[in-house]
Design a binder for this molecule. Structure first.
Ligand code: PFF
Length: 500
């Protein structure tokens, strides 16, 4: 790798790539079920408050940091202050946990595209998913052998990730255009289909009617902040590394608003597709919308397939495009998880990206095989819980402290305002130094207390303990990576090292 940093071909490719990184399975699968579990319409208010008080302010932090320091997360933090480099490594360790299991969910989608041609899940999508497809074992203690169809799907997904990334940022600029437009076209088709079904209105009523009493429940607020972090791909190093490929004097404030609003607008829009179908399913089953499903996780693989099978007109077509929708949504999020990881190593040790990338893809695939076993689903659930509940909150909190208090919020704001199309006011300092850290701090402490009191889910205590060990392990590993000597850590002023 030569010393010249890669660049996006245009501002729009940066914006589209960031939107693609943010929009993923989280918008069509996680957002609707979190919304469903937290009172439907009631959830939308905390969700948009979280977007304004934490999502957009932190997006500005990440775009500002990456753009200013011209490096991936660890080196960018090291340039703020040497000792904070581990925050960047921690972000990459969390994203590593996510990129080990995220492609496995995409592998399920690959398999489900093939099943959708003849609606292979039959009349009982739940039994098909759990007993025939995953062939769930008795618990996390029994891996009970590999499920080869999932391994094949996983190989396809990792090969696709590699092919998208190996030519570098310039090629990515073109690919993301398709991986953002195609899912939007499919989403529009799904929304039109959903809204024209009987019962759709009931689903939408549940989705859109605010239930103000849910607003006093702190759990609903925590879920909203958690979802905002996940959906905007914050606290994972992705947005930092993407903005480090921006050219000199590129806007930050406006780009942050565009990316955040486009992502959350997509989730809101996807809600129409999902809730209209849930309304239809509720009517077909003769139950109320809140009773349609108990399993949030199963929304995409149980509830939706059940509804698709009942569609009056070419159900197989809608089944196929639904899973292609998930795949095209997921692929740009998946490679946006690999890029910060690879950049973290190449920035610090000047390794050659041409061989770091294939190694990461192969190792990611091999470790991912654990999640393709009959007991893998339980581990996927456990890792997802630890990475999202603890990892993202902790990294987000540390980011606020490093930028708000060590680098100083006003200094970052002045830098952002210098290059941006519009000015951000002091409200941003308040969000970064007070509101966001307080909420993330409370959320982190509450999660720890709940974990200590109740463990996680119905899993045996030793499984939770392994989760805790993984969490402690990645914190230790971040310190180890920080203390390893860098080949050449540029001490120069960030702006002057630029060649754009
Ligand atoms: N934001 C993505 C989604 O909503 O599906 C998930 C994601 C993307 C997680 C990128 C992590 C990441 F680095």
């Amino acid at each position: 790798m030569n010393n010249e940093r890669e660049r996006w071909t245009s501002r729009s490719s940066f914006i589209i790539a960031s939107i693609g990184a943010a929009i993923g399975l989280g918008n069509v699968w996680r957002f609707p079920y979190i919304c469903y579990e937290n009172g439907g319409g009631a959830f939308l208010i905390p969700y948009f408050v979280a977007l304004l008080t934490a999502g957009i302010p932190l997006m500005i932090v990440e775009f500002g940091l990456g753009r200013r320091m011209q490096a991936g997360a660890p080196t960018a933090f090291a340039k703020v202050r040497k000792g904070t480099e581990w925050v960047g490594w921690l972000a990459l360790m969390v994203v590593m946990l996510i990129f080990l299991y995220y492609p496995v969910i995409m592998a399920w989608c690959v398999d489900y595209v093939t099943y959708a041609f003849n609606l292979g899940w039959g009349t009982d999508a739940k039994t098909f998913f759990e007993s025939e497809f995953l062939q769930l074992s008795g618990g996390p203690g029994f891996l009970a052998g590999i499920r080869w169809p999932i391994v094949i799907g996983l190989a396809v997904v990792w090969a696709a990730i590699y092919l998208c990334l190996f030519k570098g940022i310039k090629a990515l600029s073109k690919i993301v255009f398709y991986t953002v437009i195609i899912p939007w076209v499919i989403l529009v088709i799904m929304v039109i289909r959903g809204l024209t079904l009987p019962g759709a209105l009931e689903g939408l009523k549940f989705y859109l009617t605010p239930n103000f009493s849910a607003l006093v429940n702190p759990r609903v607020w925590l879920a909203a902040y958690g979802q905002i972090f996940f959906t905007l791909s914050l606290a994972m190093g992705t947005m930092i590394v993407y903005s480090s490929y921006l050219k000199r004097r590129s806007d930050i404030a406006n780009n942050s608003f565009i990316v955040s609003l486009a992502n959350c607008g997509t989730s809101f829009f996807a809600g129409f597709a999902v809730f209209s179908i849930l309304g239809y399913l509720a009517q077909a089953m003769g139950v109320g919308v809140p009773e349609v499903t108990k399993s949030g996780f199963g929304l995409a693989f149980i509830t939706y397939p059940t509804a698709i099978r009942l569609l009056p007109f070419i159900p197989a077509f809608f089944g196929v495009i639904f899973f292609i929708l998930l795949l095209t949504l997921g692929i740009d999020s998946a490679f946006s998880q690999i890029e910060p990881f690879v950049a973290g190593f190449t920035d610090k040790w000047k390794f050659n990206k041409n061989w770091v990338l294939p190694i990461v893809c192969i190792v990611g695939f091999l470790i991912g095989i654990i999640f393709t076993t009959r007991g893998g689903f339980y581990w996927l659930d456990i890792v997802d819980y630890f990475a999202n509940t603890f990892g993202l909150t902790l990294v987000g909190l540390l980011e606020c402290i490093v930028i708000g208090y060590i680098y100083k919020a006003h200094k970052m704001r002045e830098y952002v305002n210098e290059v941006s199309e519009f000015q951000i006011g002091k409200w941003w300092d308040v969000c970064i130094t007070i509101i966001t850290p307080i909420i993330l701090g409370i959320s982190f402490v509450l999660s720890v207390v709940t974990l200590i009191q109740k463990g996680y889910g119905d899993y045996p205590a030793w499984a939770t303990l392994i989760g805790v060990c993984i969490a402690i392990g990645i914190i230790v590993l971040s310190f180890v990576l920080m203390s390893m000597r860098a080949k050449k850590l540029a001490e120069s002023e960030p702006e002057s090292s630029e060649s754009a």
